[in-house]
Structure formats: structure tokens, C-alpha cells
Design a protein around this ligand. Structure first.
Ligand code: SF4
Ligand code: SF4
Length: 308
């Protein structure tokens, strides 16, 4: 089962929910692949670094065109085909100039196909890193943390997010049957995706293909406004979703009004407590430091366990 933790705005507590949920699933004997898809500023590892038993780094590359100017006849078919204006061709005093803007290229591969001279071949460009870490938090199931780190100055994060998900998919396949569930022997695995905030391409890339979205919001006017946008995004993908109110307080009615309108369920309310925030800022797993928080996560756990 793949569950994305998403939100319309930053700072609602997505990473906190993703980490605490991962911990509780492990406690219940369920293996977890935690994917930090907030590749512009991944932070889940900050809560888990003390328990790493294995780590590996892989370069994430995208395909880009490489032009053989000896074969090019300046027909401009490649430039006309490219909807992203990533290349242009012109002639100056009979000399052919081919300009390529790698940061605009979406690696669609179209220009390779339209070139009548077969003057375009495939080359690669590194856009970031994929990091895999094994985390030994408890004596039974293992948490695998997989996250992307976008290179500095890199403009587009969706390709890296897709690569993180593909990488995790391969690992899950390799793991099938290998993972041992010492608790009850059924070896189930849940994938938790910490999605980037917002409702644009990076968020869509992260939640696409998930079985369930948990939309984390806070009871503020901004929070509810961005929750509405996020709910519309999830509706457009036709994925079931539930709401989690983080920093829940006397203003929850702001969210509740929206929930009634949308006819969607609030699965959990996590109270606004200074101590919980302090534990988070110290890089602690909140349910470990304050086990009483587990009761707020119980409805989420019950729901997931029913689905798994
Ligand atoms: S691969 Fe696609 S996006 Fe990139 S330059 Fe070629 S046509 Fe444009
Ligand atoms: S399509 Fe091929 S031959 Fe035509 S301008 Fe582009 S690279 Fe040159």
C-alpha cells in the first residue's frame, strides 16, 4: 500500500506525520519504505540519522540530446518539435549553430525521433542524488528511507521525484519475500511518501499512483484555503483522501466547515502542544518521546491496517 502525506502549504507537519506514522507501523510489525519526495529540502533523515545501519548514494540522471554537428543540415525540425524551446538552430555565414538549454529540456525524447539525419543521440545529465538508508529503530522490521536531493541551481524537481519512486519500486520488488516480519510472520510493507507542499507539478509527481492521500492541514484561514486547493488536486487524480488536523485547537471549526462541504472524513486531530513542537525541533520522533501521542494516531493506524 502506498500512502502519500501531502498538504496545500508548507509547515503543516507533513514530515512529522510521515515519521511518526512510520515509527508506529514498525511497532506494529509492518515494514516501511519511507520516501522523502520533498527533494528540494528533504528532512526526514534528520530524525533518523542516529540509527542508520547502511547507506548508499546513486546519481539521478535524465536523458538529454547530444547533437552531431557534422551530420546536422540545419533543417530546424528538432527546434520546431520542442514544445519547451530547449533548443534552437540557425546559420551564420554558412556555419550551423545549435543552441541547447539543458534546464528547459523535459527529456521527452521527441527530437531524437524527428531528426531526418540521425544527428541527435542520447546523453545524460545529473540532476541530483538518490539516497538509500536502512534505519534500525526497533528490534524488528526495518525502515528503509529513500530520498532525493536535487542539485543546487536545478530548476525542475518532478523528474527526481519520479526517479525516487522508481528506485523505491525496484527495492520493493527485490525485497519481496526477503523481509522478515518477526512479529507475526506476514512480512507486509507500507510505503509512506512525504510529498512536497503545494499543488503544482512536484506535489502531483509525488502523489500520483498512491492508494491513499493523507492531507495534513492546520486550523488557520491560510491552512483551510490551501487545504481546499490540495483537495481539488487530489480529486483530479481520483485518489481517496482523508484529513489530518495538525496543531488542532479551538479553531478546528474552520476545517470542519470545509469537511462538511466536501463530505470527507477527518481521520485524526493532533493537538497543538508546545512540548510536541519542541521535541520535533530537537529532531526527536514525537511518539517515542511522548508515547501519549500514539492515541491521536490510532485512527490512522486502524484505517491503514484494515486496508493492508
Ligand atoms: S528531449 Fe524533448 S524537451 Fe528535450 S530538447 Fe528534445 S524535444 Fe525538447
Ligand atoms: S533535426 Fe537534426 S538535422 Fe535538423 S536541425 Fe535538428 S539536429 Fe540538425
Amino acid at each position: 500500500m502506498k500512502i502519500a502525506i501531502a498538504s496545500g502549504k508548507g509547515g503543516t507537519g507533513k514530515s512529522s506525520v510521515a515519521i511518526n506514522l512510520s515509527y508506529l507501523l514498525l511497532e506494529d510489525g509492518i515494514n516501511v519504505n519511507l520516501l522523502d519526495c520533498d527533494v528540494e529540502e528533504p528532512n526526514c533523515h534528520l530524525f533518523l540519522n542516529n540509527n542508520i545501519t547502511f547507506e548508499k548514494e546513486t546519481a539521478a540522471e535524465v536523458i538529454i540530446p547530444k547533437i552531431n554537428s557534422d551530420l546536422c543540415i540545419a533543417c530546424r525540425k528538432c527546434a520546431e518539435f520542442c514544445k519547451f524551446k530547449a533548443q534552437t538552430v540557425f546559420k551564420i555565414s554558412n556555419k550551423i549553430e545549435h543552441l541547447f538549454f539543458s534546464e528547459l529540456c523535459h527529456s521527452c525524447g521527441g527530437c531524437f525521433l524527428v531528426c531526418p539525419q540521425k544527428a541527435i543521440s542520447k546523453s545524460c545529465r545529473e540532476i541530483g542524488k538518490i539516497k538509500e538508508k536502512h534505519v534500525d529503530l526497533l528490534s524488528y522490521p526495518l525502515l528503509k528511507l529513500i530520498y532525493g536531493e536535487l542539485n543546487i541551481m536545478e530548476a525542475k524537481s518532478p523528474p527526481l521525484i519520479q526517479k525516487v519512486k522508481e528506485f523505491a519500486g525496484k527495492i520493493s520488488e527485490e525485497d519481496k519475500g526477503n523481509r522478515e516480519d518477526k512479529n507475526n510472520g506476514d512480512g507486509k510493507t507500507v510505503t509512506i511518501i512525504d510529498a512536497p507542499p503545494g499543488t503544482s507539478c512536484p506535489a502531483l509527481a509525488a502523489i500520483d499512483g498512491c492508494d491513499l492521500i493523507l492531507l495534513v492541514t492546520e486550523p488557520t484561514v491560510f491552512g483551510v484555503n490551501d487545504l481546499e486547493l490540495a483537495a481539488d488536486m487530489v480529486d483530479s487524480l481520483n485518489i481517496p483522501y482523508k484529513i489530518i488536523i495538525n496543531k488542532s485547537d479551538d479553531n478546528d471549526n474552520l476545517v470542519e466547515k470545509f469537511i462538511k462541504k466536501k463530505n470527507v472524513e477527518i481521520l485524526a486531530k493532533i493537538p497543538n502542544e508546545k512540548n510536541y513542537a519542541k521535541a520535533y525541533s530537537r529532531g526527536e520522533i514525537m511518539v517515542q518521546t511522548y508515547p501519549e501521542i500514539k492515541k491521536y494516531y490510532q485512527p490512522i493506524m486502524d484505517y491503514i491496517k484494515k486496508q493492508v
